[in-house]
Structures are given as structure tokens and as C-alpha cells.
Design a binder for this molecule. Structure first.
Ligand code: SF4
Length: 305
């Protein structure tokens, strides 16, 4: 382990990352996929010694620098749900609870072919919809939400998805996270998406100690200008899915390791860490069947492999 750290995620850092000693021999990862050059890990060669607690100003500077460096690593960061309009994004986001975006993307083409509008979905037979969305899990509850929110869109919003957070959260199955995804990506209204990846990473980075998503959102909103919120969310979630995994973060292949007080929580050997990288970083297909232009990886397969 190269960094002493507090055992509980979210504790204040008791250490400060330090550069490798001059002349120290450092193993580096080999290139791994399209983003490999910018994904080279920082040099680490010796245990980091405890330092004074980081000031708020230093943390904010480090957080903003991390965002800038993530923008260089993932210039193509984007929502990983396939959608063609706000209604499809809203439905896909509701379906994405407790499953992967890939599974949702493999499920929604048939769903939207059968129910292309809120009016169509509001009139759906529940058992038929359940069969269509079964692969996403919790299909009975999700069917109830989708029929309920479609009915609300039809009856209260003229069949259109509203572009205001206060309206979106009144829809069945729609919380702040879903509302922010829709606002940020279908309406261009800045929003922070505090999902499981975002929460885990910002706590590892000591940007916040909060566990509650709404409190995390409020604290991160204080660090960054509104104009950054949507893209920051995509970058952090991209990094969480590709490099900084929940159980085995690929620290030895992490392009922002030099900015991370939790370096060493995962695999630090560059070769072993490189094997943990996912999607385009690991040379694998992405999650979207129809990725946006500029995505350097391969599209996802239409069916589960
Ligand atoms: S992979 Fe490791 S070094 Fe990189 S952000 Fe996550 S915990 Fe920090």
C-alpha cells in the first residue's frame, strides 16, 4: 500500500499525496484503449507521509483541477442511456434503477417501438409491459411507475415532459436524480446526478463526507459553477464505471491518482490495475447501442452476450 488512509470512506484525509522520490523506479501501465495516453497513472514510489489536514480552499482547488483533468481524459463523456427525446430519456432513467445502462439500452428499442408516446404508454396493458421490461429487474414496480408517469404526462402536462424540477419530481417513480438527468441532458438545464458512482467517488476524493444524495448534491454544488454540473456528473460517473470501481478501484492505472487522497484503496500494480479497466478504457464495447459521435469505443451489442 502506498498511502496511509482512514478506513472509513468519507473521513477527513490524514495524508496528502506526494510525488515519487527523485530517481525512484516506477512501474507504469501499458496503453489500454483509446484514452490510454491520458490514462497513464501518476508516479508513485513510496508511502505517503501524514500531512496537515487539507484546507477548504485547497480542497476546492484540487476538486476543480480534478474536473479539468477528467475533461481531458473523457472529452467524450455523455449520458450512457440511448434516447431520442425527453420522454425516452425519462423512461430509460426510471428503468435504469438497480440495473446497468447497457441492460436498459438493450430493452428500450422494443419498448419504444410499442409505446412511442406518453399516451401509448398510459394505455398499456401492465402484463404486456412487464414482459418487455422484465430484463431490467423490478419490472412490476417499474411498469407501475411508467404507466403512472405517462398518465400524469398525458393528463397534467399535455403529453409533454416538463422542463422544471418541481414538476418532474411530482411524477410517479421520479426523484431528484432522475429529474436532474432529464433536465441536464434533454433540456440543457444544469444538474448534478448523484448516483452510486458519483457519491462513492466524491467521498473518496474528500470533496464531501455526506452520504445522503441530496446533501452530497448541495455540497458539490458549492464547489463548482452551475455551468459545470452536467458535464462534471458525466465525467465522474464515467470514471467510476471505468476506473474507480466500487470494490476494486484500478489505482495503478488511474489518470488522476496524483489528485486522489484515496490512492491505494484499490490495485496499485499498473499491470494488474490495467486489467480492471472497463469499456473503451479496457478495449471493450460501451453501454450505448447508439453512442454519440466522438465516442472512441465500440457500440454495445443489441442483445445481451
Ligand atoms: S482509482 Fe484509486 S487513485 Fe483513482 S480515483 Fe479511485 S481511489 Fe483514487
Amino acid at each position: 500500500m502506498s498511502v496511509e488512509r482512514n478506513s472509513a470512506v468519507g473521513e477527513q484525509p490524514s495524508v496528502k499525496p506526494k510525488k515519487a522520490a527523485k530517481g525512484a523506479k516506477v512501474k507504469r501501465a501499458e496503453p489500454a484503449g483509446p484514452a490510454a495516453r491520458s490514462a497513464e497513472p501518476a508516479k508513485r514510489a513510496e508511502p505517503v507521509k501524514p500531512a496537515a489536514p487539507e484546507s477548504r480552499l485547497a480542497m476546492v482547488r484540487r476538486a476543480r483541477r480534478t474536473n479539468r483533468e477528467l475533461a481531458e481524459v473523457y472529452p467524450y463523456a455523455h449520458p450512457e442511456l440511448d434516447f431520442r427525446n425527453p420522454f425516452e430519456l425519462l423512461v430509460a432513467t426510471v428503468l435504469s434503477a438497480q440495473t446497468t445502462d447497457l441492460r436498459v439500452n438493450q430493452t428500450t428499442p422494443a419498448l419504444f417501438a410499442k409505446y412511442p408516446t406518453p399516451e401509448d404508454m398510459a394505455a398499456a396493458a401492465p402484463e404486456e409491459m412487464e414482459e418487455l421490461i422484465r430484463p431490467t429487474g423490478f419490472f412490476r414496480a417499474k411498469t407501475k411507475s411508467l404507466i403512472g408517469l405517462s398518465t400524469a404526462l398525458r393528463d397534467r402536462f399535455g403529453g409533454e415532459v416538463p422542463g422544471r424540477l418541481d414538476d418532474l419530481v411530482t411524477l410517479p417513480g421520479v426523484g431528484r436524480k432522475t429529474a436532474n438527468v432529464v433536465l441536464g441532458n434533454a433540456f440543457g438545464v444544469p444538474g448534478l446526478t448523484v448516483d452510486t458512482h458519483f457519491g462513492r467517488l466524491v467521498r473518496r476524493w474528500r470533496w464531501t463526507e455526506q452520504e445522503d444524495p441530496e446533501k452530497v448534491e448541495a455540497e458539490i454544488a458549492e464547489i463548482f459553477p452551475r455551468s459545470e454540473w452536467t458535464m462534471l456528473s458525466h465525467r465522474v460517473i464515467f470514471h467510476g464505471r471505468r476506473v474507480c470501481h466500487s470494490r476494486k478501484p484500478a489505482c495503478g492505472a488511474c489518470p488522476i491518482a496524483h489528485l486522489c487522497p484515496s490512492y491505494g484503496e484499490g490495485e496499485t500494480d499498473p499491470e494488474k490495475a490495467r486489467k480492471l479497466l472497463k469499456y473503451e478504457m479496457g478495449g471493450q464495447p460501451g453501454q450505448r447501442l447508439n453512442p454519440p459521435a466522438g465516442y472512441p469505443g465500440r457500440p454495445a451489442p443489441a442483445r445481451a452476450e
